[in-house]
Design a protein around this ligand. Structure first.
Ligand SMILES: C[S@@+](CC[C@H](N)C(=O)[O-])C[C@H]1O[C@@H](n2cnc3c(N)ncnc32)[C@H](O)[C@@H]1O
Length: 604
């Protein structure tokens, strides 16, 4: 039922009349609401919770052909990983709302003035559209927008043309009734039959827009639909119902109102009547009526339906997973791939979790994978299981304005090292020549090539080398980078025993587990050269992990053992904590002369 509020020009009184003091209980057209999601909640929670929640609102019961979802998911243990996947209908919630129907031209002004009393729910506009709330401006001007005047006009036209108006005599026979419709159309034209007006105006773009608006929803687009607002009408308002077959669903059958919008009121006013609204709202409406004779406001009862698309990822997962289970909300992204590291307890729900992550992060995320084993191969590639989305593990990552193609099935990539890479690159200048001993697909080598004179990049993994070469071309840096595919130790020896040795100023060794163990390759790399030759020794940046109490000391010791010398002036940095108590470190130091000219341990 609609409670109407006609405001007139009397400045300090509020001539409201309410047809009904409270909204009646109503049945809903598409769903019938049978259960309230918070029925099971303790009293204090019901009162304190504000805003949309899957634990509030009404859960619609589905048509008989579909399984009932009346119970709260908590009561039904979620299905583990069978292929039935997620039932999105379980996340539909219906909320009773009250709204003010206001003239569309004034809706923004009212929205800002009544903001504190409006719904203000995230991702829901306070101004809602419903079917038939718009008419074209020319028509509004033609007839004015006072409903009573309109009715009077129609009666007088009828009396003049036919000697009587609708209510003057017997009810019309179906034939006469139809004839009357035709005549009414002739006299009132598109004003009365807005559906026909739309059909008859073939301005294509406008028509398309109208159709979209005509859906009357906050946002509603197929499976991604978020929310829908519907006005709940009472039986007495259905007098035009029988005409809907002829004139379309949007025909309300009552007075023409002009273009209107709904202002969704704070959820606390959902079942309130006009008298119970706060004085502040009444004051704003009264004030406005003072300016415009034609202003008409209605307090209408509506229902707001929130769909699966509305809820955030953590809200869905919280509802879906057993009570008390940690919600897996964090994941790493590599291009279009979301990369999870699920705990054992999540494994039975891995496909459901992946589906929610995919749905809630589209279109950026197209594939969800889970790491199924710790990295223990030489190439540092991960064992991944595709849980949702497309099965392509080839993706493109953009880092610091550069593009890197990677195939997560065959090469290593870690987006979390982006900041560290940037820090390292900040220390390079255009006079540098860089050796990247474990370059992977080139995030350091290619980024360095933008800054420095020359880069020598190496990796043992032939797939990584393939992508490294592609990425050099992709970023138009192939002329500055020379690519090698060999073991890191041999690469170091080969580079420093060649003529290039003179020019190399920086060496990057990013193989965290055991890069330090490759430092022995530097022993004696310059032994063939005269000791008094002018030679600037390169700075080595070597990465490692340590779980020790004093990680810096521990890492320093490993470097000393590998070099068989104590490196002096070592700049040691903690890069990040990779696991509780386990640090990733970076040690930077100039290659000691005594090491470079020492007796070699390996021959190239
Ligand atoms: C941790 S990844 C680092 C890659 C790159 N620096 C990055 O940040 O993405 C280590 C790389 O070293 C390569 N690698 C492993 N053992 C190697 C070896 N003995 N010699 C050369 N490269 C090796 C792996 O194939 C892998 O690409």
């Amino acid at each position: 039922m609609v409670t109407k509020l006609f405001l007139t020009l009397r400045p300090h009184s509020l001539p409201l009349y309410t047809l009904y003091p409270k909204f009646p209980t109503l049945s809903l057209p598409s769903f019938t609401t049978t259960a309230t999601a918070d029925q099971q909640l303790p009293h204090h929670l019901k009162l304190s919770s504000y805003g949309p929640s899957l634990r509030k609102g009404k859960i619609p019961s589905m048509p008989l052909s579909q399984p009932s979802i009346q119970n709260h998911p908590e009561e039904q243990p979620p299905q583990a990983n069978d292929d039935c996947l997620l039932d999105e209908d379980k996340f539909v919630r219906i909320f009773d709302m009250a709204a003010l129907r206001v003239p569309s031209k004034d809706c923004f002004a009212f929205e800002s003035r009544l903001r504190g009393h409006l719904l203000n729910w995230p991702r829901i506009r306070n101004i809602a559209r419903v079917p038939g709330d718009d008419i074209v401006d020319e028509l509004a001007q033609l007839v004015g927008n006072h409903p009573n005047e309109e009715e009077d006009d129609l009666v007088s036209v009828n009396r003049r043309l036919y000697g009587k108006a609708e209510d003057d005599g017997e009810p019309l026979s179906p034939v006469l009734y139809r004839e009357k419709l035709v005549k009414t159309f002739s006299s009132r034209g598109f004003v009365k039959f807005r559906n026909l007006a739309r059909l008859s105006r073939p301005k294509r773009r406008k028509k398309k827009r109208e159709e979209e608006k005509g859906k009357g929803n906050a946002k509603r687009t197929g499976r991604n639909e978020l929310a829908m607002v519907e006005v709940v009408e009472d039986d007495e308002e259905q007098e035009g119902k029988d005409m809907k077959g002829l004139l379309g669903d949007e025909f309300v059958g009552k007075k023409w109102r002009g273009s209107t919008r709904l202002l969704l009121l704070d959820e606390r006013y959902a079942n309130k009547c006009v008298e119970e609204l706060p004085e502040a709202i009444k004051a704003v409406l009264k004030e406005n009526t003072g300016q415009s004779m034609a202003s008409i406001f209605e307090l209408v009862r509506c229902k707001l339906t929130l769909f699966y698309g509305y809820w955030q990822m953590n809200e869905i997962l919280e509802d879906l997973l057993p009570k008390g289970m940690i919600i897996p909300s964090a994941f790493e992204t590599v291009g279009h791939i979301a990369h999870l590291n699920l705990r054992d307890e999540h494994i039975p729900y891995k496909k459901l979790i992946a589906k929610v992550i995919l749905d809630k992060n589209k279109p950026k995320i197209q594939t969800v994978v889970n790491k199924i084993d710790v990295i223990h191969n030489d190439y540092r590639t991960m064992q991944l299981e595709v849980l949702a989305g497309n099965h392509s593990l080839v993706t493109t990552v953009v880092e610091s304005g550069l593009r890197f193609q990677v195939d997560l099935a065959t090469v290593y990539w870690n987006s979390r090292l982006a900041t560290e890479r940037q820090r390292l690159l900040n220390g390079f200048t255009r006079n540098d020549v860089v050796c990247d001993v474990f370059s992977g697909v080139g995030p350091i080598a290619i980024s360095a090539a933008k800054i420095v004179k020359r880069v020598y990049a190496n990796d043992l993994n032939p797939y990584a080398i393939d992508y490294l070469e592609r990425n050099c071309v992709l970023n138009k840096l192939e002329r500055k980078i020379k690519v090698f595919n060999m073991d890191g130790r041999r690469f170091i020896i080969a580079m420093f025993s060649s003529e290039r040795a003179h020019s190399i100023t920086q060496v990057v060794m990013n193989l965290p587990n055991d890069a330090a163990e490759f430092l022995d390759a530097f022993r004696g790399v310059l032994r063939e050269r005269p000791r008094d030759e002018e030679f600037s020794l390169p700075t080595i940046h070597v990465y490692g992990f340590s779980k020790a109490q004093d990680p810096e000391f521990d890492f320093h010791e490993r470097i000393r053992i590998s070099l068989s010398e104590v490196a002096v002036d070592v700049e040691m940095r903690r890069v990040r904590l990779v696991a509780p108590g386990k640090w990733m470190l970076c040690a930077s130091f100039v290659l000691p002369k005594s090491v470079a000219f020492a007796k070699p341990v390996l021959e190239a």
